[in-house]
Design a protein around this ligand. Structure first.
Ligand code: HEM
Length: 732
């Protein structure tokens, strides 16, 4: 048995295997429908005009004489240019930058006491879904890893019509009222005069707005936390934010918040890494999602509900209709009732990801609007903007937007009508069709709801005026490391503001959240630390920290991670191929990084590995762990002068990542890459052994403990970061 095989067989603990067979790309009604609209250009095809006339030349236009002017008579040339001229459509006014994937949803626990919607009752259904992940602030071409809220919009193609949960990765929103949405977005988007900065909140206008809008402070705590620099769309929670209303068969109403929880855990980048990746690979999150799905490592999210029966609506010290508040899970636990798997990338980004038109008003019978003042105008806004973005009222006919159930109504005509509608276009009519459908036969009947009495006026409910309590709850719930990151984020963002008044106002507001936080931020900006004006209530919830293991929402696994294997000609084949094979079997993506792309020869005659990246075409930031394979020969003799290796080791170490080395690379790591950082660990290493501490894994040149090496590496990778590591002496 080869070393690779023995490693593969003997690794069992610490890592779940990727259940590829269970998640095989499935065909479903939505995929079948899309297939009808798909044109396959991978087959042998002749180029024709839009109107079917085959063309013999698409590279040279018709001219009057060899060097003469181009003729307008050339239909094909004109059509080609005209179509190109109109290829672009307006990008989304917010969430312009995004990426999508198809998948499916399966329910495992019906909730008939909450809703009669079949999708949340029938466990035999497999409902097709499409998800679009996005950032909010930036233009369509902006970088993926900026500090921003992430959109997590999901469409369920149910048999009762499309149901969209247009969610974010933060459970609360900036503002309580939709009428303020244009203001918060104008404030965060680039300055009107200079159109800078792009996709960033670190500027005067944003913090000016926030300082004058205390209801945004809870959201701002999420924004300043690690949540808004996620490691991957695969490692992000999703929240429907609003309390929606669900209705059961008896007509009883409940408030329901929807949750998505990633199977791979909730993990983030570190700020330095996020900044660097924005330049090194602006498509980092897109690529990550695409690569994972193509590799069969399908992202999976559990679906949960928090349910409050209508009669308990007023049992809380906050208003359930206030989208700047969470319902702490200690008060109302999340019940996980199903899961979604993303298993197919779109074939055509524009036709699918760009043209999908989500809307909060896309609800199926049994799920309804609540009176959240952020929700109704929001539902209006989506369809309204899509009229412009997609060029008219018929975007429902675009393949990605079509429901999988039959659709008949009396809506007609308009730009780009693609349906030939035969028969009555009004109701009532003498033909009796298309007719309304009674509730008992599946027609939507909105549940009767008593209206709160009162006067018509521009007001908010009394509990909407408390803004600090949950911002403080969030701060109190963070681990020390996460608190440090929040202080760092505030310091960066306010440090980028030029207006002293904006900074001072924000410090005043932060001081209402927590005095220590305000003092730390003030210190970093060389400002006077403020006196305490509002004592911290001391309450915390255990469901928010991404680092504290008591948060049962999080998971720690090496599955779905990416590891770089650095090799030079003359590397030890046994170790390198062993790691590669064992990791591949566990769903860890391994990329070989070598002095050139392609074949890199090992020290064993006739054996080699294919390098995916060269030392120049990648950086440590693109990986969750880096391993330097030892070896022999002239390249290894020169390692101490290998700048890219030194940089990769130091940078990964500084970002608290797993850093490994074997054989001759251990000595190099100790003496040149990380001098003074790993002496003790190296002293404990025997030539046949493996040692690991704080995310550093070292293997001797004669390592016989191969399974132990893999186990140590996967254990360290699954911790995500070695937060206990002292990185203060490292610059990279
Ligand atoms: C709970 C608060 C909110 C959440 C979670 C949220 C989430 C989202 C998400 C995820 C998208 C991207 C959809 C996609 O991928 O296509 C989006 C787009 C958009 N949102 Fe919101 N949003 C919120 C509030 C609002 C409000 C209050 C308004 C307006 C009053 C609004 C207006 C828009 C618009 C116009 C778009 C672009 C839609 C398109 O062009 O297709 N959003 N929002």
């Amino acid at each position: 048995m080869s070393l690779a095989e023995s490693i593969k067989q003997s690794v069992s603990s610490g890592v779940e295997s990727v259940e590829k067979s269970a998640h095989k790309a499935i065909s479903n009604p939505k995929q079948a429908q899309l297939a009808d609209f798909t044109v396959d250009y991978t087959k042998d095809r002749g180029i024709a005009t839009h109107f079917g006339v085959l063309q013999s030349d698409t590279e040279t236009a018709l001219k009057a004489g060899i060097r003469g002017p181009t003729l307008i008579e050339d239909t094909h040339a004109r059509e080609k240019i005209t179509h190109f001229d109109h290829e672009r459509i307006p990008e989304r006014v917010v969430h312009a930058r995004g990426t999508g994937a198809h998948g499916y949803f399966k329910l495992h626990t019906p909730i008939p006491e909450v809703t009669y919607a079949p999708i949340l009752n029938d466990t035999t259904l497999t409902t097709p879904t499409f998800v679009r992940f996005s950032t909010v602030q930036g233009f369509r071409g902006s970088a993926d890893t900026v500090r921003d809220v992430r959109g997590f919009a999901t469409r369920f193609y149910t048999q009762q019509g499309n149901w969209d949960i247009v969610a974010n990765n933060n459970p609360v929103f900036f503002i309580q009222e939709a009428i303020k949405f244009p203001d918060v977005i104008h404030a965060v988007k680039p300055d009107q005069a200079k159109e800078i900065p792009q996709a960033q909140s670190a500027h005067d206008n944003f913090w000016d707005f926030i300082g004058r809008t205390p209801e945004s402070l809870h959201h701002v705590m999420w924004h300043m936390s690690d949540r808004n620099i996620p490691r991957s769309y695969r490692m992000m929670q999703g929240f429907g934010v609003h309390s929606f209303v669900c209705v059961n068969a008896k007509g009883q109403r409940s408030f329901v918040k929807f949750h998505w929880k990633p199977k791979l855990g909730i993990h983030s980048l570190v700020w330095d890494e996020a900044l660097k990746i924005a330049g090194q690979d602006p498509d980092f999150h897109r690529r990550d999602l695409y690569d994972a799905i193509e590799a069969g490592s399908y992202p999976e999210y559990e679906f949960g509900v928090q349910v409050v029966p209508e009669e308990k609506e007023h049992d809380f010290d906050f208003d359930l209709l206030d989208s700047t508040k969470i319902i702490p899970e200690e008060l109302v636990p999340v019940r996980y009732i199903g899961s979604m798997v993303l298993n197919k990338c779109p074939d055509d980004f524009f036709a699918e990801t760009e043209q999908i038109a989500f809307c909060t008003q896309h609800m199926v019978p049994g799920i309804e609007h609540s009176n959240d003042p952020l929700l109704h105008l929001r539902s209006f806004s989506y369809q309204d903007t899509q009229l412009t973005r997609l060029g008219g009222p018929n975007w429902n006919l675009l393949p990605i937007n079509r429901p999988v159930c039959p659709v008949f109504n009396t809506h007609r005509d308009g730009y780009m009508q693609t349906q030939i509608n035969k028969g009555p276009n009004y109701w009532p009519n003498r033909f009796g069709t298309p007719h309304p459908v009674a509730g008992k036969d599946g027609g939507q009947v909105l549940s009767p709801q008593p209206l709160p009495g009162g006067v018509k006026e521009r007001v908010r409910g009394p509990k909407f005026s408390e803004h600090y309590s949950q911002a403080t709850l969030f701060w109190n719930s963070m681990s020390d490391v996460e608190k440090e990151h929040i202080v760092g984020a505030f310091s960066f963002e306010l440090g980028r503001c030029d207006d002293k008044g904006v900074i001072e106002l924000m410090l005043e507001q932060i001081n209402f959240i927590d005095n220590k936080l305000a003092c730390l931020v003030a210190q970093s900006l060389h400002l006077q630390p403020p006196k305490e004006v509002h004592p911290n209530h001391g309450k915390a919830t255990k469901f928010l920290s991404q680092i504290n293991p008591v948060n049962s929402n999080n998971a720690f696994t090496a599955v779905g991670r990416r590891m770089a294997l650095f090799v030079h000609d003359g590397f030890d084949f046994g170790i390198a191929s062993g790691i590669k094979a064992a990791f591949a079997g566990m769903g860890v993506i391994v990329n070989v990084v070598g002095p050139r792309k392609g074949k890199i020869n090992s020290s064993t005659t006739g054996t080699f590995l294919e390098a995916h990246f060269t030392f120049e075409t990648c950086r440590s930031t693109l990986f969750d762990g880096v391993f330097f394979v030892g070896g022999r020969g002239p390249e290894y003799d020169k390692l101490k002068r290998q700048g890219r290796w030194l940089h990769a080791a130091r940078e990964a170490f500084m970002h608290y990542k797993t850093v490994g080395a074997s054989g001759s690379a251990v000595d190099w790591l100790n003496k040149y890459a990380l001098p003074g950082e790993i002496d003790r660990l190296v002293d404990n290493l025997k030539s046949e052994g493996v040692v690991a501490e704080q995310g550093v894994v070292l293997a001797g040149s004669q390592v016989k403990e191969a399974p132990m090496l893999i186990k140590s590496l996967t254990d360290e990778m699954s911790k995500h970061r070695a937060w206990g590591r002292d990185v203060s002496a490292i610059a990279a």
